[in-house]
Design a protein around this ligand. Sequence first.
Ligand code: ACO
Length: 370
Amino acid sequence: MQTKQVHFPYISYLSLLIPIDMPRTKIAGIGMYVPPNVVTNHDLLKYMDTSDEWIQERTGIKERRFADRTKETTTTMAVEASKIAIERAGIAPQDIDFIIFATLSPDYYFPGCGVLVQRAMQMKEIGALDVRNQCSGFVYALSVGDQFIKTGMYKNILVIGSEKHSFGLDFSTRGRNISVIFGDGAGALVLQPTENPNQGILSTHLHSDGGNAEILAMFNPGTHANHWTPESVADFDHAEIGEMFMSHAMIDKAQNFPNMDGPTVFKKAVVKFPEVIMESLTANGLQPSDIGVLIPHQANLRIAQFVQQKLKLRDDQVYNNIDKYGNTTAASIPIALCEAWQMGKIKEGDLVCLAAFGSGFTWASALLMW
Ligand code: ACO
């Protein structure tokens, strides 16, 4: 009730800015899929020197899901989430007219996962776009979809975030600062136009700072040729042309795994999360107390708690599920959004804020009325 009262003045103000015939973008259907295989912190002890206590205290994670190694891929999980989102939107896969797929763990180096969804779901010969913005990938993808709906270009857009992290992490003690954080899963939305002034995406806000690109990165395989860093991040083993993409030496030196300076990411995240959330609120003449539910990207529970404290949000205004799924990167926001909605924590007309920060660095927010 409170949310609606606050929003009506804004809506009339917005209607002055947006041409009368330009629709808003609504979420018509939402779905999620997580693999049934639960991996607890204790389960990780058989691979590395870590502890349940360390992981829970530093990250809030109790368990995560790992996809079946040979039967499930980033795309197959995305298809499962998409089937639910499409059904809930009351349409069929053949009605989808554009796919936007956010992931950092694609089935193939190329082509992207979007075309694999198009094939697996027997969709028409529609456009398929892959977005590579890591933790903020889903908000970037949502923003792209929003523009296409508002301009009238498409009527049913499928936006997906999906990750199979378990395929490529360093599960030895050497990689424990990264591998304990991540989990697998997928979430999907169907976007449609709406004329309802009390529903839909109000605004999206996208940012990047490539000055910190190497702080959280997977360098190899890649074409970087050690160009961007003072020290070598790939040992090409005196490889000839055609042999530099992935060499035996790179694998021997574990240069094929992600790298992260966790504390530096943490310090930047706790500044940029509140900043980009406030940017979305200010752009719409709103304040933190107006938020019905904030869905922060599930990077680390301590980051989410810091953001909640900084914005003076009540517990019921923030939804976290990192304890169950870990950090599922591009999938974390749609999974948390879907779960919060399924649990009845998001109701029609509620103001929902999505916010993310991660590798790049990139960060982003979206404000919408459910
Ligand atoms: N188990 C036990 N000990 C560990 C583990 C582990 N899994 N990992 C690291 N440690 C040890 C370290 O070796 C270090 O030991 P030392 O003091 O003897 O050297 C100690 O714990 C502290 O290490 P830190 O890295 O300083 O620990 P921190 O408290 O910063 O927590 C963490 C690490 C959880 C990674 C944190 O920095 C973090 O969450 N950072 C942000 C991550 C993030 O948001 N990433 C962005 C999203 S991911 C994306 O975009 C792809």
